[in-house]
Write a protein that binds this ligand. Structure first.
Ligand code: 5J8
Length: 366
């Protein structure tokens, strides 16, 4: 008699029945030509779909100003909605749940990605420092005026409506990794002195308005959010990340049934030559009423451990799932993993580094 490993035990997520806890993390893949998701995405996502598994899409733009990387998908036009439908269908045919991650990059962009070559928008007009990403220069952003913010909140609302129309089971608001909502939340990037800057409450106002609008549009039971209070990616640093995380989960709690909070661990510290996950998320998991997804450097062993310990409900895997389409099965069998190839993470090839990572049985089956 073999015991089922904790990561592979079922879990009831609101009205959704999950058969295991291994989640596909949202991963930017840069293969949606002209911001339209492509048929090869149906292959990629359905490769990673399992009965009762949860997949989250790559970050998907909510408007024409939302992009900052080549060939990322959107969900603001009808053409994009139609293009998502067969991808969502392919995932559903495998019995998995599929959430759409909605983002706006804010100042992590250049004029080239913007309509009419305009400046990217942000909380601030401070440019990201050239040291943030070697070899990359982001454009000087334009500080949003207070009266422009409702329009962007409405872009998120409409994107959520579109996602449901495309067939997604729910949406994840991207409030992480230095993008627009975080540019407002974190005091290292927000230098405003109006009602969207200064106090924690003011800095979080924009994100909270987005949450409220999206919940009103599609229902709390279909909405999650991703937060990364401890990261400093793209010059988005906060002087008190624990207070920020605590404040945000308490705002989420105001929506009865708000589905999930997905949080990124701080970068792993190296201890005795080994990378160690800092496991700093427990206080927020405890303060939050909904279910919790932890992400950031997890492997099979660490994932099982945190589920057993009640540290999180689900664990999201990025790089490991990218390189192992059958990751849950490999975890089940304790099978070796394919190594990921970082050089093809963000390239535009429809196959290479995308749908050509082998499945376990590929060598023996034919
Ligand atoms: C680590 C760790 C770790 C990797 N601890 N070292 N749409 C989005 O939200 C996007 C978010 C789009 C693109 C990028 N992005 C975010 O930007 C990511 O979430 C990430 O936080 C950040 C940088 O992403 P990346 O793809 O440019 O690189 P990243 O995965 O962070 O890895 C950069 C380096 O950090 C590598 O050397 C990693 O080591 P490996 O993977 O080669 O072993 C290392 N690294 N995760 C400490 N948790």
């Amino acid at each position: 008699h073999q015991e089922v490993m904790p990561l592979l035990t079922p879990f009831k997520m609101g009205r959704f029945e999950l058969s295991h806890r291994v989640v596909l993390a949202p991963l930017t893949r840069c293969r949606s030509y002209g911001n339209v998701p492509q048929p090869h995405a149906a292959v990629y996502y359905s490769q990673r779909a399992t009965r009762g598994g949860l997949l989250i899409t790559e970050a998907t733009g909510v408007s024409a100003t939302a992009q900052g990387y080549p060939e990322t998908p959107g969900i603001w036009t009808q053409e994009q909605v139609e293009a998502w439908k067969p991808i969502v269908d392919a995932v559903h045919r495998k019995g998995a749940l599929f959430f759409c991650q909605m983002w706006h990059v804010g100042r992590v962009s250049t004029n080239d990605f913007q309509p009419d070559g305009q400046a990217p928008i942000s909380s601030t007009d401070k440019q990201i420092s050239p040291d943030a990403e070697p070899g990359m220069v982001y454009s000087k952003p334009r500080r949003l005026q207070v009266d422009e913010i409702p329009g962007i909140v409405d872009d998120f609302r409409r994107a959520a409506r579109n996602a449901i129309e495309a067939g997604f089971d729910g949406v994840e608001i991207h409030g992480a990794n230095g993008y627009l909502l975080e540019q407002f939340m974190k005091d290292g990037a927000n230098d405003r002195d109006d009602e969207y800057g200064g106090s924690l409450e003011n800095r979080c106002r924009f994100a909270v308005e987005v949450v409220d609008a999206v919940v009103r549009e599609v229902g709390a039971q279909r909405v999650g959010i991703r937060l990364s209070p401890f990261l400093d990616y793209m010059d988005c640093v906060d002087s008190d990340p624990a207070a920020l995380a605590d404040y945000m989960v308490r705002q989420l709690n105001k929506h009865e049934g708000f589905l999930y909070c997905h949080m990124v661990e701080p970068r792993m510290a190296v201890v005795d030559g080994r990378r160690q996950i800092p496991h700093r998320l427990l206080p927020f998991r405890k303060a939050f009423n909904g279910m919790f997804i932890a992400a950031g450097g997890y492997d099979r062993e660490e994932g099982n451990k945190v589920v057993t310990d009640g540290y999180t409900d689900l664990v999201a895997y990025g790089r490991l799932f990218l390189a192992n389409p059958d990751l849950p099965k490999r975890f089940e069998l304790g099978a070796p993993l394919n190594e990921y190839d970082r050089s093809t993470f963000y390239t535009q090839d429809p196959v290479v580094g995308y749908t050509d990572y082998p499945f376990l049985d590929e060598d023996s089956s034919d």
